[in-house]
Ligand binder design. Structure first.
Ligand code: NAG
Ligand code: NAG
Ligand code: NAG
Length: 491
């Protein structure tokens, strides 16, 4: 057999795989393509990949034989057992230092496990988030690789050239250890849920609150897309709202209001609960989809439960629209603040060294949440990589202060109208909690001690002989008997 020519191999010739191969080929790399159904390989070479440098392989052995050392093989197969199965099939043909890259939608605990398993065998593993859909894969995705640190120098050039570029910078950098690439991709998807929900709430307020139609709302989004909200999702929202069916009616109004989900938003919310981090906006975005899904029950409820009378808006419409823009912006700042808090907490727990400026930079282009805003987050973490939260950054601190009055007016008005704003409202509630020196958790602690003897600590400066400093104190609240102990109840 001749000397290996392949820079990288790719397994899984569905649309994402094909597009990524063609993209890497355009960037000057020789890709070796493999699919379990080998006729797919021939089809691909004879059609989409015709006239390119792409090589085909008809067996795993041939794939590995065609690759230069250290071998780099991307798996773009269904997340789950298929990934483990291909890793197993590859192993006999791999040598120390070879790199297996999982570019699928794997859950990060699997990537943590696979990194350990492969490293124990002298191989390297990379779990890479790939975002941007088919279009991104073909012309420049956002790539979020993490895993065996030693793999990065070997894949860096291919990954950074293949990724989307913003102002000459690639939307790809090394995320960190073990499962961090897939973790960051998961948080990205959660944030995407949040951004979409915020936009949907703004649309609802404009439509049912202000009573304006889709074409006017499209114009508002088009205007917003020139300001602080400039982003892919705002842009496509304007396009969607302008899109009419053949009868001239906005097509969006004919779409059943039951949202689906594939689970990455839910994973983020679960990860947040596990980490004990208040990622409330993504949580509300997931729950809003759940509520949307029970359409039939909502229809029945709408017949028997009345909201407030919704009078025509009598205030200054343009002022209200400007307020709404600020409400959307401020809520978005909170959502990203929460997302980065979650990553920080997890990094601490799992001993990952995450590069937050790099993560924001990776999301600036190529993916669904791409926006100008992410450039500002990049700058915030470039200025201070240990930033406690985005709200401590000067730029974002000023932005939320400026947005605050309009943000409050919008939520207050939506409440009076009876229009649900779970994402806007939870963002504001988080904001008000986060900036509160004192929250009512003192009462929670008292309740927990009253019924469950869970004990509490005393406020520094308020100590006395009954309330000693630094001790776990239990008070006999009722003066009645009972030997209630913390183990009898838990709350
Ligand atoms: C093979 O290609 C088909 C599409 O052509 C794709 O659906 C499938 O996931 C690929 N599978 C593997 C394991 O290569
Ligand atoms: C939407 O509202 C604007 C302003 O009131 C009006 O000019 C336009 O005809 C309306 N479009 C539709 C499709 O009703
Ligand atoms: C609580 O106080 C009452 C009245 O002083 C006393 O009888 C009881 O034993 C105390 N209970 C505990 C658990 O200390």
């Amino acid at each position: 057999m001749s000397a290996p020519v392949g820079d990288i191999g790719l397994i899984g010739l569905a649309v994402m795989g094909q597009n990524l191969i063609l993209n890497m080929n355009d960037k000057g790399f020789t890709v070796v393509a493999y699919n379990r159904t080998t006729s797919k390989v021939d089809d691909f070479l004879a059609n989409e990949a015709k006239g390119t440098k792409v090589q085909g392989a008809h067996s795993i052995q041939e794939l590995c034989a065609k690759l230069k050392r250290p071998r780099k093989i991307i798996l773009l197969v269904k997340a789950g057992p298929a990934v483990d199965s291909f890793i197993q099939q590859l192993e006999p043909y791999l040598e120390a230092g070879d790199i297996v890259i999982d570019g699928g939608n794997s859950h990060y605990p699997d990537s943590i496990r696979r990194t350990k398993e492969l490293e124990a065998k002298g191989l390297l593993f990379v779990g890479s988030g790939v975002s941007g859909g088919e279009e991104g894969a073909r012309h420049g995705p956002s790539l979020m690789p993490g895993g065996s640190n030693a793999a990065w120098p070997a894949i860096k050039e291919i990954f950074q050239k293949t990724a989307a570029q913003v102002n000459g910078e690639p939307c790809c950098d090394w995320v960190g250890e073990t499962g961090s690439g897939h973790y960051v991709k998961m948080v990205h998807n959660g944030i995407e849920y949040g951004d979409m929900q915020l936009i949907a709430e703004a649309y609802d307020i404009l439509k049912r609150g202000l009573g304006i139609n889709e074409s006017e709302i499209a114009d508002i989004f088009t205007t917003w897309n020139k300001g602080v909200l400039d982003s892919f999702l705002i842009e496509i929202t304007a396009n969607i709202l302008k899109f009419n069916d053949d009868d001239g009616v906005p097509l969006v109004t004919k779409i059943l209001d039951k949202a689906g989900q594939k689970g990455t938003g839910k994973w983020t919310a679960i990860a947040a609960l596990d980490a004990g981090t208040a990622v409330t906006l993504i949580g509300e975005a997931v729950f809003a989809r759940c509520l949307s899904a029970i359409k039939d029950e909502r229809v029945r409820a709408s017949k028997v439960i009345n909201g407030p009378q919704r009078d025509a808006f009598r205030g200054d419409k343009q002022q209200f629209i400007d307020d709404l823009e600020q409400a959307l912006y401020a809520s978005k700042i909170i959502s990203y603040t929460q997302g980065f808090m979650l990553m920080r907490e997890t990094a601490k727990e799992l001993n990952w060294n995450l590069n937050y400026a790099g993560i924001a930079r990776m999301w600036r282009g190529g993916c669904i949440i791409k926006s100008v805003f992410l450039g500002d987050i990049t700058s915030a973490y470039e200025k201070n990589k240990d930033l406690e939260s985005l709200l401590f950054d000067d730029f974002f601190n000023k932005a939320v202060h400026k947005a605050q009055p309009g943000w409050r007016r919008v939520i207050a008005q939506a409440c009076l109208w009876g229009i649900p704003t779970p994402a806007f409202s939870t963002a504001l509630a988080f904001f008000d909690g986060y900036r509160s020196e004192v929250v009512p958790a003192n009462l929670l602690q008292a309740q927990r001690d009253y019924f469950g003897a869970h004990t509490f600590r005393v406020v520094p400066g308020k100590e006395n002989s009954r309330l000693p400093k630094g001790a776990d104190i239990h008070i006999n609240w009722t003066g009645r008997g009972g030997n209630v102990s913390a183990s009898s109840y838990s709350a």
